[in-house]
Design a protein around this ligand. Sequence first.
Ligand SMILES: NC(=O)c1ccc[n+]([C@@H]2O[C@H](COP(=O)([O-])OP(=O)(O)OC[C@H]3O[C@@H](n4cnc5c(N)ncnc54)[C@H](O)[C@@H]3O)[C@@H](O)[C@H]2O)c1
Length: 457
Amino acid sequence: MKITIIGTGYVGLVTGACLAELGNDVFCLDVDQSKVDILNNGGIPIHEPGLDDVVARNRAAGRLQFSTDVAASVAHGDVQFIAVGTPPDEDGSADLQYVLAAARNIGRHMDGFKVVVDKSTVPVGTADKVSAAIADELAKRGKNEGFSVVSNPEFLKEGAAVEDFMRPDRIVIGHDQTTEGLRAHALMKKLYAPFNRNHERTYWMDVRSAEFTKYSANAMLATRISFMNELANLADKVGADIEAVRHGIGSDPRIGHSFLYAGCGYGGSCFPKDVQALERTARDYDQDLLILRAVEQVNDFQKHVLGKKVVKRFGDDLSGKHFAVWGLAFKPNTDDMREASSRVLIGELVRRGATVAVYDPVAMKEAERVLKLDFADDAKLFDRISFAANPMAALGDADALAIVTEWKAFRSPDFDRVKAALKNPVIFDGRNLFEPQVMADIGIEYHGIGRSILTRG
Ligand SMILES: NC(=O)c1ccc[n+]([C@@H]2O[C@H](COP(=O)([O-])OP(=O)(O)OC[C@H]3O[C@@H](n4cnc5c(N)ncnc54)[C@H](O)[C@@H]3O)[C@@H](O)[C@H]2O)c1
């Protein structure tokens, strides 16, 4: 099938590459010339395990092309996927300007029937706005081409995106029951048939329910995290171990083990903005989503928890103190720094006068870029950050180590070397990677999240 992907970011590039891998002829469009140049020169603008091979293979086979040519992109695909960003607007709602710009481009150039797929995460009702934008552009051209807007939200996880796309838990597709909607259904069914060979994974529904499903999924996951974080903070006070509690409750099949990890808050490009956008949608309908408001408040608080623990241990004024930070990306296996908890901790440390040496296995370049922006108003704060070549190099002379991202490489360090490198053997573990008793036995002062069982009383 001939497919166009509009927006070649995390979702668009993975979608395009994976659909090409299945034999489709894929045209990826982006407005960012530098991104397109990188891809056309054989590079990959993001870090995503396994993606480079899939892209290289399908480019070489002539099934995957990258361009900034809008007219050519519209002409190419019978199915046009919109996978552009939907960042939060000032009021928390999803900013639809990129989605609607993409829709208008389709209306401006289309000739013949098109299925337009909203793959970006968009609020309920967006498909109607996309339809209206396309219809408006067609009317300006005096054209009456048929089209149907379908909702096909994406559930891939950064860091495992290729695997998630190729072996999805479920595919959600919303379409309407008009003649065009049924034609779209047939095309989408054909496109996704290879994913359903083993068993049917597609959930067909109306467009609004599909749009709502994506937000509901992210809201549920964010809720589980904030729930555990709030309990972890209490566990710290009452002297319980949140890790023991996690196992204790996760073994109940009604609860399950996934997504119950306490830590220093969730970040990334999805949970924070999607929770906010759903709250905003609810307010538009005069409803207050009380649980989600609390989920967000807990997460904002949680991103400061490591900083608070550092202050409790070393005092308000951290001038002259030096800290090592392991892990900068918002989660492992990605270089994505959007809303990363590391940015909050580093900000807190340098504003209190400390210097920090940071290390991340893949996000160093991206971290340098975003931290420079974070401290654009006060460049001397940025100067307090040094970027270490490896985890051990970050530790030299540090008063303590803080761990913010649960990269596998941090899970079993040589603790004797860690202890020897640090000025004080103190670890603030924002992801509960280590066991308090093991740390105590080695002689490392250990501050986890909800794990103060050994230090109570
Ligand atoms: N990143 C994730 O893990 C993830 C997972 C599921 C869903 N989503 C959703 O998918 C959407 C895209 O997210 P992302 O992380 O891939 O974003 P991204 O910022 O990585 O990529 C978006 C791309 O769209 C391009 N773009 C913007 N306007 C354009 C236009 N008019 N024409 C062509 N290209 C244009 C940008 O230059 C950029 O390269 C968002 O709605 C997001 O919420 C993201």
